[in-house]
Design a protein around this ligand. Structure first.
Ligand code: BG6
Length: 479
């Protein structure tokens, strides 16, 4: 049989992905508390705030805050899930808003109204045989914990996170099987406030703060796995990496080694979560940088004994690096610094489009970990121009997804990579995490709202909606 006719595995989980803060809105409704993502404004202050360099821990009238209404999934989830079901989704990835469950993070009891909301969302999914895939935290820390203990700087966060997991696993043990502990855990290094609620003062040893916070998250993630298996041994727990292979700018050995080092910066987290110990290269890097972690006696055993069941990751683009300081033509708009790759085209936001890079990433991760993989984010952020009826002919999005699904099929069918599923990012238009814009759209479903927050929030199917429906129906043989 020709490769293009070979279907994906029988139980392959096709679907789409979202995050609470980028779609729910209702930011203070039904007892929800304020979270880091609620105080990150749109506009020019966004980046300094996400980096942890500009402190803004409350909202003010001079800024616009995209998470406050987002696309109002909180009130429209039934309509949205019905549309996902119409496309034939087998799974829907969403995240829990921590402050719907514990408004301050350290409350004695969880907020019943928040728990009920996710009960309703999961029931709606299950009604259509859609398997929920739940990210426990997706760029989300209660502001109260940032103010009182400095978020993941503090070891106390582990206990608060454990309580959150305990409540979620117990409440939803019969509704949810697949859990991810932290979204893009390596984002902590690149955008520390959105990634982990970290703020910096002058004189801080920034790298030490980041790696200590990473240690806390890694222990918390391992403890989540431990709690999960006690509550329901059938749970499947995954880690989540912002992935994308790094190429060397030339075949000069210095460039090749630099690319290896860059990739390790990100693999570090997954090496710990999947293999259960700190890799030697990371221990040496910390020693050379003068970073001395506070590790408690049981921590290393906790990491060793509670590794993840599967590796999930986001993939949008590959990266390019050089050891030569004179080579410096960076791409724009990337959270991960990358040189311009002359062989690749880029999206309107400068993200370099590279389907073969996805095949390489899949193979690299599978070779390294030998555990099932799950692509939980992939997609094209683009400006859509609806016609007078609100219909969008998004052939460019179809083209992007088709090429990536083909590459993914090559990895599975040709190379033997074990892949559990594929959820495209922003299956319905939602707020962009990096820019806070609405006009950077990823969805199969158009949402009528602009960057200024104006619009009816009406949902309209795009051309890609029918296309993706057929991809799922044919289990990836009709692209
Ligand atoms: C990932 C995040 O970094 O990329 C998502 O997990 C985010 O939250 C997605 O939305 C796409 O990035 P952006 O900046 O285009 O929204």
């Amino acid at each position: 049989m020709k490769i293009e006719n070979k279907p994906f595995p029988k139980d392959f989980l096709w679907g789409g992905a979202t995050a609470a803060n980028q779609c729910e809105g209702a930011y203070l409704e039904a007892g929800k508390g304020l979270s880091t993502v609620d105080v990150i404004p749109a506009g020019e202050d966004r980046f300094p705030v996400m980096l942890g360099n500009l402190k803004m821990l409350t909202c003010d009238d001079s800024h616009q805050y995209p998470s406050h209404e987002a696309i109002d999934f909180y009130h429209k989830y039934k309509e949205d899930i019905a549309l996902f079901a119409e496309m034939g989704f087998k799974t829907f990835r969403l995240s829990i808003s921590w402050t719907r469950i514990f408004p301050n993070g350290d409350d004695e009891k969880p907020n019943e109204a928040g728990l009920k909301f996710y009960d309703a969302v999961f029931d709606e999914c299950l009604k259509y045989d859609i398997e929920p895939l739940v990210t426990i935290t997706h760029f989300d820390v209660p502001i109260h914990l940032v103010k009182t203990i400095g978020s993941w700087r503090s070891r106390e966060m582990i206990g608060h996170y454990e309580r959150l997991c305990e409540v979620l696993f117990d409440r939803y043990k019969d509704k949810v099987t697949y859990w991810l502990t932290f979204n893009e855990i390596n984002m902590l290094l690149h955008l520390p406030f959105i990634g982990a609620g970290l703020l910096f003062d002058e004189g801080d040893d920034v790298l030490s703060v980041k790696y200590q916070a990473a240690h806390h998250q890694l222990v918390a993630s391992a403890l989540a796995t431990k709690i999960a298996k006690r509550i329901n041994p059938n749970f499947k727990i995954g880690c989540m990496l912002a992935a994308g292979v790094t190429y060397a700018n030339t075949c000069a050995p210095e460039d090749v080694f630099k690319a290896l080092t860059k990739d390790r910066e990100n693999y570090f987290f997954i090496d710990v979560q999947s293999r259960g110990s700190y890799p030697n290269y990371a221990l040496k890097m910390m020693e050379n940088a003068g970073i001395s972690l506070n590790i408690e006696p049981d921590d290393l055993e906790i990491l060793k004994e509670n590794t993840v069941d599967f590796i999930s990751f986001s993939y949008y683009a590959s990266r390019l690096t050089s050891a030569d300081p004179k080579v410096s033509a960076q791409t724009e708009g990337n959270v991960f610094a990358s040189l311009k790759n002359p062989y690749l085209k880029a999206s309107e936001w400068g993200w370099q489009i590279d389907p073969i890079g996805l095949r390489t990433t899949l193979n690299t991760l599978y070779d390294r970990y030998q555990k099932p993989l799950f692509i939980v984010e992939n997609g094209l952020g683009a400006v859509d121009e609806p016609d007078e009826k609100g219909y969008v002919e998004d052939d460019y999005r179809i083209e992007y997804l088709r090429a990536h699904i083909k590459a993914m099929r090559d990895a599975v069918v040709e190379d033997g990579v074990e892949l559990m599923g594929y959820t495209t990012w922003g299956c319905i238009d939602l707020v962009s995490a990096s820019t806070g814009e609405m006009k950077k759209r990823y969805g199969f479903i158009y949402v009528d709202k602009d960057n200024e927050g104006v619009g009816t929030l009406k949902r309209t199917k795009k051309k890609s909606f029918e296309w993706y429906k057929n991809v799922i129906k044919s289990n990836g043989t009709i692209l």
